[in-house]
Design a protein around this ligand. Structure first.
Ligand code: PEP
Ligand code: MG
Length: 338
């Protein structure tokens, strides 16, 4: 084999020592973060940020708690519907959701209703092929069109809400009417079951939802910004595109300005706003989001300890100043360089 690497000169001892030291320091830092993972994320001047986890599997609720998460900010319920021959029944869903509330032992669980379509395909639903699936019948659009899928899921969620603090979150809301229609179906299901009301929030991941945030906030108990989709829709760059995906950076000021508008609208309506896209688990992104007034950050389990530690090192006032500077930048690279 002609490999130029085979004949590479060994690294000088000094370089190896430096690399070993860097590795040692990195491990020590991770260990310190792990040991502090159950302490809350309170910046040095006192405003607590809730750090919760995104999960997409039955056993992950427990893993999230072990990793220091203060609840689940996004349960991607699609996992129950994928890689099988038919949809899960109400009972199966109830079993899974209530097992999660037991594992969470009083910590909150936000269940996102089915977000199929776009990149997530389910063959047994026999959905027609679409030329632009990310702009097609996905998320709440599919649920409104398919009450046979939506209602059993809502029934399972309301039943599980008797076993622990559960909230409902609708994905891909683009219009006020969609939220009202989805809420009406949820209320019908709730009354059928005689269940107690639960908070109902929406994912803010479509530009129209940002622009209509003041109106949506009237009917939503909370917002959670899905920066993965919001970034692709704001920048018009497919999140799976082989060459564009790298440029689709959630730290782009255009996306940050959208989050700023959402946070302001939520605050004016007395509602809270979280972020559950990948940006929440990016240390720089987390600090900017906190500075924009986001009070709940939901991220993949391995990021929890590091983000909590990161948020404890700075004051809220500094994060607000950082956010202000980020909003004034011209591109994502400038934001990252701050
Ligand atoms: C998002 O869009 O940011 C999000 C959290 O949802 P998903 O990645 O599942 O589309
Ligand atoms: Mg999304």
């Amino acid at each position: 084999m002609h490999s130029r690497w085979r004949f590479r000169k060994p690294l000088p001892e000094a370089d190896l020592a430096l690399a070993r030291q860097a590795q040692h320091e990195w491990q020590a830092l991770r260990e310190a973060e792990r040991l502090a993972c159950y302490q809350p994320a309170i910046p040095t001047d006192g405003q607590r940020i809730e750090v919760v986890a995104n999960i997409g599997g039955a056993v992950e609720a427990e893993q999230a708690v072990i990793a220091g998460a203060e609840g689940i900010g996004l349960l991607r319920s699609e996992f129950l519907f994928l890689q099988r021959a038919d949809p899960p029944c109400e009972e199966e869903q109830f079993e899974v959701y209530s097992a999660m509330t037991r594992a969470l032992n009083g910590l909150p669980l936000i269940i996102r209703t089915l977000d199929i379509g776009g990149d997530k395909e389910v063959p047994y639903l026999c959905l027609p092929a679409e030329q632009n699936p990310f702009l097609g019948v996905r998320g709440i659009r599919l649920c409104l069109a398919r009450p046979d899928l939506f209602k059993p899921q809502l029934r399972a969620i309301y039943r599980a809400s008797a076993t622990g603090p559960v909230k409902i979150m609708f994905p891909m809301i683009a219009t006020v009417e969609e939220l009202l229609d989805a809420r009406a179906i949820a209320e019908e299901v709730r009354l059928e079951l005689g269940a107690e009301p639960v908070d109902i929030g929406i994912m803010v991941e479509v530009p129209s939802a940002v622009l209509m945030a003041p109106e949506l906030a009237v009917h939503a108990d909370f917002f959670s910004v899905g920066t993965n989709d919001l970034t692709q829709y704001v920048l018009a760059m497919d999140r799976l595109h082989p060459s564009l995906a790298r440029q689709a950076d959630a730290l782009h000021p255009a996306v940050l300005r959208m989050i700023d508008m959402t946070a302001k609208a939520a605050k004016a309506a007395g509602k809270w706003v979280g972020v559950c896209g990948g940006m929440a688990g990016d240390p720089k992104g987390a600090a900017i989001l906190a500075g924009l007034g986001v009070t709940e950050l939901s991220m993949s389990i391995p990021s929890v300890a590091a983000i909590k530690a990161r948020l404890r090192t700075q004051s809220f006032a500094d994060m607000q100043a950082l956010a202000k500077r980020a909003l004034a930048c011209k591109n994502a690279a400038e934001v990252r360089a701050l």
